[in-house]
Design a protein around this ligand. Structure first.
Ligand SMILES: [Zn+2]
Length: 283
């Protein structure tokens, strides 16, 4: 079972689960969770009600290797595996068991091209919007589920899809660039904001939330063969329809399908995995 640290206020209230390093090279969540654990132990702040479970390193083998995953992308196989055949299948069983015990959930990630923190609003309900607003992260990306509905071969489950199916309110935050120390600060602020939103602990940052900029993902490109990006694209760079985005080594060029933005352009994408997403402005 994955290592966890649990704090229980002793007063009834929501049980928040916070996970880090679902992808082994995304250490911001681990660092942010470590700071929070230290502050709770020291009494810098305390829980007023409810309970928190921290799972700081959800993919230990990949974390040790500073790699995204060991056998397979954990965040595409989050479901119950009756006969786990790959390393991440066992991890998925642990992560789903943790989600089962919680009421609400925060999953912290980072990415490879860009520094802006953003969150995924995968389920557009009033409760999700209220939670997302409370996190006070000004960039939101929607449309994940519709996209993967048409790409079932790429994913059999991610943390938020599993959480939603289990009736748990969850948000996934991308805290910034993998190697940017500031990403851990964004992760810490997200943890404190989630704790405050659910009434578990007092707020850290009392800045009123700004109106978010929302982009809806409309398509994704799988890397089918060796190739390269035409530019050093950064997450949320503007694009116009027809603009060359990437080129395979055989000369085939991928062009932007819409006027909009680039989302999560992959720096070291493996063949057969998601290379880049495209998005448009949304409300
Ligand atoms: Zn990730």
């Amino acid at each position: 079972m994955l290592d966890t640290v649990v704090f229980d206020s002793g007063t009834p209230g929501p049980h928040l689960l916070i996970t880090g390093a679902i992808h082994g090279d995304e250490v911001c969540g681990t660092i942010a969770i470590g700071r929070t654990i230290m502050e709770l132990r020291t009494g810098i702040f305390k829980l007023d009600k409810g309970k928190v479970t921290f799972a700081p390193i959800c993919n230990p083998k990949a974390y040790a290797a500073n790699a995204r995953y060991s056998d397979v992308n954990l965040n595409r196989v989050v479901q119950k595996h009756k006969a786990p055949s790959l390393y991440e299948h066992g991890l998925a069983n642990d992560v789903t068991a943790l989600i089962d015990t919680a009421d609400v959930y925060l999953d912290l990630h980072s990415y490879s091209s860009g520094t802006l923190p953003f969150l995924f609003l995968d389920y557009d309900t009033p409760a999700h919007r209220a939670y997302a607003t409370a996190l006070n992260i000004p960039h939101w990306v929607t449309g994940w589920n519709a996209l993967y509905e048409d790409a079932k071969d790429l994913s059999t489950g991610d943390t938020m899809t599993y959480a939603n199916g289990a009736g748990k309110l969850g948000i996934l935050v991308e805290c910034g660039l993998h190697s940017d120390p500031v990403a851990a600060l964004h992760g810490y602020k997200a943890i404190r904001a989630a704790l405050a939103h659910f009434g578990i602990a007092e707020a850290f940052d009392k800045t009123p939330p700004a109106k978010p900029d929302i982009k809806r993902m409309v398509s994704l490109e799988v890397k089918k063969k060796e190739g390269r990006m035409m530019q050093d694209w950064q997450h949320l760079d503007s694009i116009t329809k027809g603009m060359p985005i990437a080129q395979y080594d055989d000369g085939e060029t991928l062009t932007a399908p819409v006027d909009g933005v680039i989302i999560l352009p992959g720096k070291k994408t493996a063949l057969g995995e998601e290379w880049v997403y495209y998005g448009v402005s949304a409300e």
